[in-house]
Ligand binder design. Structure first.
Ligand code: FES
Length: 578
């Protein structure tokens, strides 16, 4: 019960304005997809279009869906208007303003259609299906057909850009990008063609008296007086909407004037660079406005954490982190340090000095020098920490050369085990190794590979112990922690000293699991996440609830006293991983 409450709490913590905007946008996008599909059926016949439309109406006009749909319309529109006021700088200077402009134009482009169909149905009970709508656009007011096409293309482009900005950081995106692109081109093309075919069919059919008697009745299309009222509604809505946008632009102008006249504050970047900015800008916006490269993989959407900074001035004067900022910082294990903040969310009120924690990747020195750098990306990875036990003692009793030789032999035994099982040795810190699994394998395979690698490392270290038996007072021992989850991967470092690695809470926890091998008196500690994803039987390894440093909740882990035993376990269950 307590853990269910904690998960609900976690869920609400991650919901910010961006997430609400995304959620409402996805609902509207689903509606547009179903609508375009319906239009595409015009390539078959008007009858097919109409038959499917009845299902659509039954679905989208049901009470729950009506509430959801209109809730999404108003929420998305309100947040779009709020963006006009709030945003000062865009990370992608063409794509983001374009998406915003397309979104703002949608209500104006669609209002004639909404008032002619939905408002007419609500006010007068009109029953307008495809024959009536296509007659209006292709026969009665032919110029409306072009407007309808433009509205459709604008809605689609706006939605596709939103989906792209949302999915581009997901691990699955590279795999599905080609399919999405094909769908993004095919669906609207077929829809436009379907409307055109339907329009032609109606144009020909409407010349007969019988067709007009059946489809142009007052019950279906209304009277001229009713149409006049609908036209007025469209006109007043458009005037009102334009007035709201004008008001927002005026408010932006007034704010800019106020800020110009108001006091400025100083941002110091830690490398000697200092700028003066108006209060109200976020640190990231200030960097972009002053052309100072600043890493921001998600474009300031509080998703990637790559804009992180360490504040080196007085943290007590910083505004409190929002719910969403706290959530992102918690995910990367930085929420307990008040000096770590997200540059895209922090709007300081006083002078501030800070150091960006990540190199500004794209369009910075590396790119200018023509080198390729891997920009941060969110993805699911398995991390494994391996640490050699007693290396300090080893160093005390040996010549430095001997110590380096033995540690290097240990690192090579571990690395060979990792490589043999499909992983990648990634970082070497002293006698500790971070290995990654899943860079080119799916999560299930990656978890199995990591567990198999733990056994292989044990076998390799045993061999090494035999080889060094005469040199060592006691055999080399080790501890391994394995964890998995969504992390940020990318090139981290400075100028020529960049290296590819993974960052995030799952990596920090993996390191702590390795530390737990000492207290749990075992060689390997595996998180429940890895164990379950690998598909191992429930009772094959004992489990335990353990406290994790820096976390309130305990964590369920599996422990293997001898890493070597994992080979038999995984070979029995998943022989293909061997
Ligand atoms: S830019 Fe992605 S979290 Fe700030």
């Amino acid at each position: 019960m307590a853990s269910a409450d904690a998960s609900i709490g976690q869920f609400w913590k991650q919901i910010g304005v961006r997430q609400v905007q995304l959620g409402s946008g996805l609902i509207l996008f689903a509606y547009v997809v179903s609508h375009l599909f319906n239009h595409a059926l015009g390539n078959v016949s008007i009858r097919t279009m109409d038959e499917f439309l009845l299902y659509q109406i039954a679905f989208w006009r049901s009470w729950p869906l009506t509430i959801v749909l209109y809730g999404a319309v108003f929420t998305h529109m309100a947040l779009g208007l709020w963006s006009v006021y709030r945003r000062r700088e865009f990370r992608w200077r063409f794509a983001e303003p374009l998406q915003l402009a397309l979104g703002l134009s949608i209500p104006l482009l669609l209002m004639f259609h909404i008032s002619g169909v939905r408002i007419a149905a609500a006010l007068y009970g009109h029953e307008k299906l495809y024959p009536q709508a296509l007659y209006a656009y292709y026969v009665y007011w032919p110029h409306l057909a072009a407007l309808h096409y433009v509205a459709l293309i604008v809605c689609w482009l706006h939605g596709c850009m939103g989906v792209f900005f949302w999915l581009r950081l997901k691990p699955v995106f590279p795999k599905i990008a080609a399919y999405l692109l094909a769908a993004a081109v095919l669906l609207p093309s077929l829809a436009l063609l379907g409307l055109y075919q339907g329009g032609r069919e109606v144009t020909v059919a409407s010349e007969t008296v019988e067709w007009r008697a059946e489809h142009r009745t007052v019950a279906k299309t209304g009277t001229q007086a009713q149409q006049d009222v609908l036209d007025k509604i469209t006109l007043y809505f458009c005037i009102g909407y334009l007035a709201v946008i004008a008001g927002l632009l005026a408010a932006r102008g007034a704010r800019a004037l106020r800020e110009q006249r108001g006091s400025t504050i100083r941002f110091s970047y830690g490398d000697g660079k200092t700028i003066r900015v108006q209060k109200g800008l976020s640190v990231l916006e200030a960097s972009l406005r002053n052309d100072i490269p600043h890493s921001s993989v998600c474009g300031g959407r509080a998703r990637c954490s790559t804009c992180r900074i360490r504040v080196v001035s007085d943290c007590a004067r910083l505004p409190k982190a929002s719910k969403r900022e706290t959530f992102v910082l918690e995910r990367v294990g930085s929420s307990s340090d008040p000096a770590i903040r997200l540059a895209c969310q922090l709007c300081p009120e006083h002078d501030i000095a800070f150091v960006p924690l990540f190199p500004a990747t794209l369009k910075t020195s590396l790119l200018d020098e023509g080198k390729e750098t891997r920009v941060g990306q969110e993805r699911y990875l398995v991390n494994m920490f391996v640490d050699m036990r007693g290396s300090t003692k080893l160093a005390e009793t040996r010549l430095p050369f001997d110590t380096v030789f033995i540690v290097n032999r240990f690192i090579s035994a571990v690395s060979q085990g990792v490589l043999a099982c499909g992983g990648t040795p990634n970082q070497f810190v002293g006698d500790g190794i971070l290995a990654l699994f899943g860079l080119s394998a799916d999560p299930r395979i990656a978890c199995r590979q990591a567990i198999r690698a733990a056994a292989q490392i044990a076998i390799n270290v045993e061999e090494l112990n035999r080889f060094l038996a005469h040199d060592l007072r006691e055999p080399i021992r080790f501890g391994i922690g394995i964890n998995a989850g969504e992390v940020i991967v990318g090139d981290i470092g400075y100028r020529d000293h960049m290296s590819f690695t993974a960052l995030g809470d799952p990596v920090n926890v993996g390191s702590r699991l390795e530390g737990l091998t000492k207290t749990l008196s075992c060689e390997v500690v595996i998180s429940e996440e890895v164990y379950r994803t690998a598909g191992l039987p429930e009772n094959a390894l004992p489990h335990e609830e353990v406290p994790i440093h820096g976390r309130v909740e305990t964590m369920r882990v599996r422990k293997a006293v001898n890493a070597r035993d994992l080979a038999a376990l995984i070979d029995d269950v998943v022989p293909e991983a061997a």
